[in-house]
Design a protein around this ligand. Sequence first.
Ligand SMILES: Nc1ncnc2c1ncn2[C@@H]1O[C@H](COP(=O)(O)OP(=O)(O)OP(=O)(O)O)[C@@H](O)[C@H]1O
Length: 374
Amino acid sequence: MAEIVMTNLVKTYPGTKNRATDDISLHVDDGEFLVLVGPSGCGKTTLLRMIAGLESPDVGSVHIGGRDVTDLPARQRDLSMVFQSYAIFPHMRVRQNIAFGLTMRKTPKAEIERRVAEAAEMLHLTDYLDRYPAQLSGGQRQRVAVARAIVVDTGVLLMDEPLSNLDALLRMQFRTELKRIVAKLGTTTVYVTHDQAEALSLGDRVAVMRDGRIAQIGPPLDVYDAPADEFVGGFLGAPPMNFLPAHVDRTGDRVELVLGDQRLPAPDTLGGHAGGTVTVGVRAENVEVADGEAPDRVAARVEVVEPTGSAILLTVDLAGRPVKVQTPPTQRVGAGDTVWLAVDPNRMHFYDPATGAALRPAGTAGVPAPRDAG
Ligand SMILES: Nc1ncnc2c1ncn2[C@@H]1O[C@H](COP(=O)(O)OP(=O)(O)OP(=O)(O)O)[C@@H](O)[C@H]1O
């Protein structure tokens, strides 16, 4: 068992004012792949380094596999790490690089050979075992770093931006490989990235961090589909979620959003906010370019048309605000055109304009949605 339990981790670096991690409690299940994601400086690396034993928390504890490791150095924590700089040894051949951790542990020679061969096979490095790192591409070197980490077969694998030195295509290929390998190994993995696409594609769960805290944690699509606040909605997804201020109006049974001088149907659950203003969040792929004018549609002017290959991304002006709309590649519109937009009320999200927190349905109006603190 190698579950990781972090409890109330507080860390302030000497000479700084703000907490790098601010009372973080988090539970990573045995065999789970957890991704820590968030903007630069939010505390991801600090949290990972506290799990690793490379930083000590001011307050709080870390348990790995039921053992309190808070005061143990990294080498006694039974974990392996891959860091951004993938420090592989330039003077050692790939074979020795991969074997390094096993050699240090005085593993029998035959076993080292077997495990190195296995890891090399997994990472498509078999043909490169006798080369030096200087004779490898960036992607191959990165694979050596991963092979070196997984060969040791520890209970926990920690990775900090391991793909950051790769170009976009290699990054994507390697991401897929990594997901396959880690699933096969079943190692408990904590993975740090600032890349939201990587986070969504890799994690069993993602923890979105902000200012030393966990803003939201959950399975990738849950967090993507129901962001707990504007920050999370704006951080996950490319393009980020659209946010628009809207007045809520109720006429008889109908609840509507008033955007400038136009109206869109809103879910009944928003009725509790009638007379007030909310921030509407809607993802680009949930805005439909409809076929002509209708009472439940709003008009917008197309400003920019960006084909992305599999889709077309429009930036439209809706009531004086830019809104991103994702349409099929077959959509024929040009800059300057007026389009009619429809949004399924069930695909809308609502946030408190003052706090940015998600609003709950009617009856609990104004109360932010609950957050899973792990
Ligand atoms: N050794 C250090 N001394 C002082 N402050 C530090 C140190 N390391 C990190 N910090 C500060 O702690 C905060 C969190 O840093 P951390 O490296 O954990 O963030 P991060 O989310 O990993 O960022 P990035 O994505 O840029 O690597 C930042 O404000 C950073 O400036």
